[in-house]
Design a protein around this ligand. Structure first.
Ligand code: PBG
Length: 330
């Protein structure tokens, strides 16, 4: 059958009809809000390149999360800005580290009962040089290297420390090879067998992380992340990364960035029957916010359209700085 028997427009005539035949849905339960926790009290410091995003002291982070819960947000992804940094990134696994303290405070807060607290696991916010692992002494030619195997035990003990402090899920974002297996073994050895790992399995080296590095004060002091994060041109390699992380014991995978990599998300969805999220990263957010501030895009519609596109590509859930704003509309 074809036109005129078929008229595709018949099902677009009214909102109830469109709603009935809508294939992809957004709901607040699928949105995870990042939180950047910093030292101090009563701190709510705006991040310049990310309007609406703040560095929050623990008390302010608890309030921010409680307000988000009122909007239907159930999941939070925590990042930390430590008071001090060192070569190894020891602030990442300290018993009284900034995220560890935040997790305990959030666990104590009744208004946050039943929420999902996900801890990002990485060293870059804690190392003086800003890389995601430990840096080996410069070689003779002056080149530096992020030492994969030497970083694994540090990343693993960071994950254990965060889980002990109250993280429901640990999410390694460092892109070292073998970190998922190292984290799983360390969690199991610490009797944390039920703590799932959400692995940033395919994380591309991206210009779109720029604003995050302001928010988390984690820009590399020299070099870049191209020797450990993936080359943006490689889709097949992304599938191998995912397969490796699943073989090592990842329970869920996270794809990142989202909008410039929707094809990779779709392929991952078609190939792997595992829960998958996507991270709409800081640069994607900043880009849209800049257009909103100029009045160049309709804020609500562009925001929801970007989120629907990520779900349509196959992501089950989305980490997004729009979580609260989107939840208000849903
Ligand atoms: C830490 C980490 C980064 C992001 C999430 N975890 C920064 C990076 O790899 O440079 C980026 C998130 C964003 O841009 O919103 N390794």
């Amino acid at each position: 059958m074809k036109f005129p028997e078929i008229r595709m427009r018949r099902l677009r005539r009214s909102e109830p009809l469109r709603e009935l035949v809508r294939e992809t849905r957004l709901h607040p339960g699928a949105l995870i809000a990042p939180l950047f926790v910093c030292p101090g009290e009563g701190v709510r410091r705006p991040v310049a390149s990310m309007p609406g995003v703040f560095n929050l002291s623990i008390d302010a982070a608890v309030r921010e999360a409680a307000a988000a819960v009122q909007l239907g947000i159930r999941g939070f992804l925590l990042f930390g800005l430590p008071a001090a940094k060192d070569e190894q990134g020891s602030g990442a696994w300290q018993e009284d580290g900034i995220v560890q303290q935040a997790l305990r405070a959030m666990r104590r807060e009744r208004a946050l009962d039943g929420t999902l607290l996900i801890a990002d696991v990485c060293l870059c916010e804690y190392t003086a040089h800003g890389h995601c692992g430990v840096v080996r002494q410069p070689e003779a030619n002056g080149a530096f290297a992020v030492d994969n195997d030497a970083s694994l035990p540090l990343i693993a003990k960071t994950a254990v420390s965060l889980a002990r402090a109250g993280a429901d899920v640990v999410a390694p974002s460092d892109m070292m090879d073998g970190r998922v297996a190292a984290i799983r073994a360390a969690l199991d050895a610490a009797q944390l067998r039920e703590t799932p790992i959400l692995s940033y399995a395919a994380k591309f080296s991206s210009a779109f992380y720029g604003p995050f590095r302001d928010a988390a004060d984690s820009a590399p002091q020299f070099g870049d992340r191209r020797t450990y994060q993936m080359d943006g041109a490689n889709r097949r390699e992304a599938m191998r990364e995912i397969a490796q992380d699943l073989a090592e014991g990842a329970d869920m995978i996270l794809m990142k960035p989202a909008l410039p990599y929707l094809d990779v998300i779709r392929e991952a969805r078609d190939r792997f029957d595992v829960p998958m999220g996507a991270y709409q990263v800081s640069g994607e957010y900043a880009m849209l916010q800049a257009a909103f501030q100029n009045g160049w895009l309709d804020r609500d519609r562009a925001m929801l359209e970007s989120l629907v596109s990520i779900r349509r590509a196959g992501a089950d859930f989305i980490v997004t700085y729009f979580a609260q704003a989107a939840a208000k509309l849903l």
